[in-house]
Design a protein around this ligand. Structure first.
Ligand code: DGJ
Length: 732
């Protein structure tokens, strides 16, 4: 055997061994209906990210490398031997070593009824430390979820200092990011900005809720300034209700590196041998139909499970908060139910102020935790109110805030150790100067919180709706339950505890409608929405400002989850006076409700509301279950805003337009519709016409879908706060 043949044989043997041991393909392609993700998973090599975007097939995998689109980046970069860029993970081993060097040891693929799970096991070269990187494809929704599971078999605990859920490199170009931010009563403001060099961090450290301030959801527009209906977009949503950090590090090598995970500040995690740390998921989507296309993917994903029960239409409700605030009393509750039932309403929700025995809840500084009826205010108890509602033909719902207590409460007197607290320090109080957060890391507290809901629903099985509020940040970073060396787990364990409780509630009560409220929109979060049917968008019910907030929220959340209420005029938050029609037209784009004292309305207002409620019932299936197309953005300052919903077979659509500015001789542009069938004919009917007005010029006319979408319609929006609702129905 000559030298060359020997080398060839050895090489062949070596190659065969590798192929045999690595019983998987090197290129791992995971696809949905319209998108693909590709990774390179060579045995004992670092896992490489290769591609995410338009759907490709197996035969194109090699081309991806040849075209150099993969950026040659690790799919899950870790701090240590080689990585000089930002990382997704950094850990300190039990011997003090701070480095990781992970290589592929196994690849598994598992079919599910909605797609496939691709799991790649990475193992450190030196330590028994393992990370499983998971990707789950949801075929119909065009979503790929990414998360990791971390475990080890070292002699003692390992400290996780950074533990992101996901990393995604995006080639540098004219890439823009759209993200939401805001504050109480001004949630969900939208910013779109180009990504420049340096690090942009979007994070939230409220501790208890993460829907105020910044939100863990972003869109990357790959073709420059974001547009609604064209251009390539990658969306990313972190499904976690606690502190988080999303970072985009635009580096010297022309890549935007996106990292998403729990915030690591004051959150080092002590991982015991064999314990498995599972990170929250990041849900990615890709669309070449602009921001709108990516939003519709998220809406579908939400309706298919990420929002609880989101294929069932929601009731039209009256909430008592802005009507009576804390001054709940039996007579007014009865009167509100009676008035609302007469207007065609379907559900009454008694908000804050109904509870407290030793300490009645007359101000916002007491009673949280004492979930018993205030007999002074409601002498005949909840049963009487529920019966009254049923007699009027409507359902009954109730407000609770089960994660909190006040220092003035029986609960606090009995269990002072159940609140988050720092030994030796005076507590920092929240709302009312007395509010404290319960320590949800403690299983006894979790049982109590579960019991709040369980007791209510056991004693009153006819309660159909719960508003679950959360009005305080996580102050007083200390737990009497967690051991000394695990105090840094509070931010994480709080939310694990919360989700435990929510799961228990859903197992026992799958059909009760539960609203997530966090002092307004604080609990808008995919970390908890699988257990909630809807969320309160904001405590700001001003219809003009709501157009902006609802618009931005709809980037990621479907209309069926968005609670939108008509309130009194002048508005209690902004002092602005807006016509009732406009207020209804704005609230009708989501789950319609009212939040005022009906007895303060005029007869004309009641009669208008009765009609508006009846009309909403007609369009409700299209709005709540249809596909949303945003047409003219209020954020573009063009003086109008417009959006529409289209049902699945494009036989029906509802169109909304609003005047957001008012000047003499201002240009109200022609609006091009979207989502219709180009070849179908649609007859237009105007809905919810303003009192004393005639239907607009489009009413009763029939147009071809192609014309409505390519040419558009001129909508009469003459007066200040003019608005229009048009129903389009296929004419055969
Ligand atoms: C904050 C919520 O956002 C309001 O809707 C209302 O329920 C109050 N809390 C009650 O205290």
């Amino acid at each position: 055997m000559n030298r060359h043949r020997t080398i060839l044989l050895i090489a062949l043997l070596f190659f065969t061994t590798i192929t045999y041991a690595a019983n998987w393909q090197r290129e791992q392609l995971l696809s949905t209906r319209n998108t693909s993700l590709m990774l390179t998973a060579g045995q004992d090599e670092a896992l490489k990210f290769a591609y995410y975007g338009d759907r490709i097939d197996e035969s194109e995998c090699n081309n991806i490398h040849e075209a150099w689109v993969g950026l040659n980046r690790d799919a899950y970069p870790t701090f240590g031997s080689t990585c000089i860029y930002s990382q997704a993970m950094q850990a300190t081993h039990c011997d003090g070593n701070m480095t990781l060097d992970l290589v592929v040891k196994n690849v598994e693929r598992k079919a599910t009824d909605r797609g496939e799970i691709l799991s790649i096991t990475l193992q450190d070269k030196l330590y028994p430390y393992q990370v499983i990187v998971n990707y789950e494809s949801l075929y119909d929704e065009d979503i790929i979820e990414n998360w990791v599971e971390i475990s080890h078999n070292e002699k003692k605990a390992v400290t996780l200092n950074r533990f992101d859920s996901s990393y995604m490199p995006i080639r540098k170009g004219n890439v823009w990011i759209s993200h939401l931010h805001g504050a109480w009563s001004a949630e969900s403001w939208l910013t779109a900005e180009p990504l420049e060099h340096g690090i942009l961090e979007i994070r939230n450290t409220d501790g208890a809720r993460n829907g105020h301030f910044n939100r863990p959801e972003v869109m990357f527009s790959l073709d420059g300034k974001p547009t609604e209906n064209s251009g390539r977009v990658i969306g990313a949503v972190l499904c976690w209700s606690g502190n988080y950090s999303l970072r985009i590090d635009t580096d010297k090598n022309n890549a935007h590196n996106f990292f998403a995970g729990m915030c690591n500040e004051a959150s080092q995690y002590i991982l015991e041998p064999k314990e498995i740390f599972v990170t929250p998921r990041v849900a990615y989507t890709y669309s070449d139909r602009g921001i709108g296309g990516a939003s519709r993917n998220y809406h579908k994903w939400a309706r298919n499970g990420m929002v609880h029960n989101a294929t069932t239409q929601r009731d039209i409700l009256l909430n008592s908060w802005e009507g009576v605030y804390l001054d709940v009393n039996e007579k007014e509750m009865e009167q509100m139910m009676s008035d609302f039932a007469a207007m065609g309403g379907e559900l009454f929700v008694m908000d804050d102020g109904w509870f407290g025995n030793k300490y009645p809840r007359s101000k916002d500084n007491s009673s949280l935790g004492d979930w018993v009826v205030d007999n002074q205010k409601l002498p005949n108890g909840l049963s009487h109110l529920i019966n009254t509602a049923q007699n009027k033909g409507i359902k009954f719902g109730i407000w609770i805030e089960p994660e909190s207590t006040n220092s003035i409460s029986e609960l606090f007197e009995k269990h002072p150790d159940w609140t988050l607290q720092v030994k030796g320090r005076a507590p920092h109080y929240g709302r009312g100067g007395t509010q404290l957060l319960l320590d949800m890391t403690n299983p006894a507290v979790q049982d109590f919180v579960f019991g709040v809901v369980d007791n209510l629903l056991t004693q009153h099985p006819d309660i159909s709706y719960i508003k679950w509020d959360a009005n305080v940040e996580l102050f007083n970073y200390g737990s009497t339950y967690l051991p000394r060396n695990k105090q840094s787990h509070i931010y994480i364990e709080y939310h694990r505890g919360l989700v435990n409780v929510l799961k228990r509630i859903r197992d026992k009560y799958p059909n009760v409608v539960i609203q997530a409220c966090g002092g307004g929109g604080g609990r808008i979060s995919y970390g908890v929405m699988p257990y909630f049917d809807e969320f309160w968008v904001s405590d700001n019910t001003d219809a003009l400002q709501r157009i902006y907030m609802q618009w931005a929220t709809s980037y990621f959340y479907p209309s069926i989850a968005m609670a939108q209420h008509v309130s009194a005029s002048p508005n209690h938050q902004t002092g602005r006076s807006i016509p009732l029609k406009f207020r209804f037209d704005v609230a009708m784009t989501g789950r319609l409700g009212m939040e005022l004292q009906p007895k303060d309305m005029t007869d004309e207002e009641r009669s208008f509301s009765t009609n508006a409620i009846a009309q909403y019932k007609v369009i409700r299936p299209i709005v709540q279950l249809g596909n949303q197309y945003r047409l003219v953005s209020p954020f573009d300052n063009r003086g109008i805003a417009s959006l529409m919903y289209v049902n699945d077979d494009a036989s029906q659509a509802v169109f909304f337009a609003y005047k957001t500015q008012h000047f003499v001789n201002m240009n109200v542009e022609r609006i091009r519709l979207d989502g219709l069938d180009a070849d179908k004919y649609y007859t237009i009917r105007e809905f919810n016409i303003a009192p004393g007005e005639k239907p607009c010029h489009l009413d009763g006319k029939t147009f071809k879908g192609r014309l409505l979408m390519n040419v558009g319609i001129e909508v009469a929006l003459d007066k200040e706060y003019a608005s229009r609702v048009l129903l389009l129905e296929e004419s055969k």
